[in-house]
Design a binder for this molecule. Structure first.
Ligand SMILES: [Cu+2]
Length: 160
């Protein structure tokens, strides 16, 4: 699994940041024992391009928390391959389009600044996971970037 630790997200939507928080910019490998953690399971359902979707449309976490999202592919049709990629809102299409030819990278570019994190690809009956540190407060999207899926398979990650 790719380790995607984005500590340096360029200031986006940096508005209501009251109080000078002294957030630790933890170096790779260190962990704040006080950090919250969240784990979710999202199911990829449907067996056709028309009815496929994530069964969960909204996830809520705290900024800086450890987050793990398990994507369980509940499809039975062999053509239904899914991943789950967390991206900055508004970049869904761009990230998905860039990923079309990146089969070797699970259909997304982990180096794209709009990508927070992403999972591997799950075939029917398989589960894949993505773990990341929640970015700063705001709304993000989670999408499936398997070619042709992003418009149908979307949800919102709310970071508070
Ligand atoms: Cu998909």
């Amino acid at each position: 699994m790719k380790k995607v630790l984005l500590m340096a997200i360029p200031a986006l939507l940096l508005v209501a940041c009251g109080g000078g928080s002294t957030e630790k910019k933890s170096e790779t490998g260190t962990e704040q024992s006080t950090a919250k953690s969240f784990e979710f399971t999202v199911n990829g359902v449907g067996n056709t391009m028309a009815d496929m979707m994530f069964d969960t449309k909204e996830l809520k976490v705290s900024a800086g928390a450890k987050v793990k999202i398990n994507l369980s592919n509940a499809a039975s049709d062999a053509s239904m391959l899914h991943n789950i990629v967390i991206v900055k809102q508004g970049s869904e299409k761009e990230v998905a389009m860039e990923g079309i030819n990146l089969k070797d990278k699970n259909y997304f570019n982990p180096d794209n600044a709009n990508v927070i994190a992403g999972s591997g690809v799950a075939g029917p009956g398989q589960t894949v996971s993505v773990e990341f540190t929640a970015p700063e407060a705001g709304n993000y999207s989670f999408i499936c970037t398997y070619p042709g899926h992003w418009t149908k398979m979307q949800g919102t990650l709310i970071v508070e």
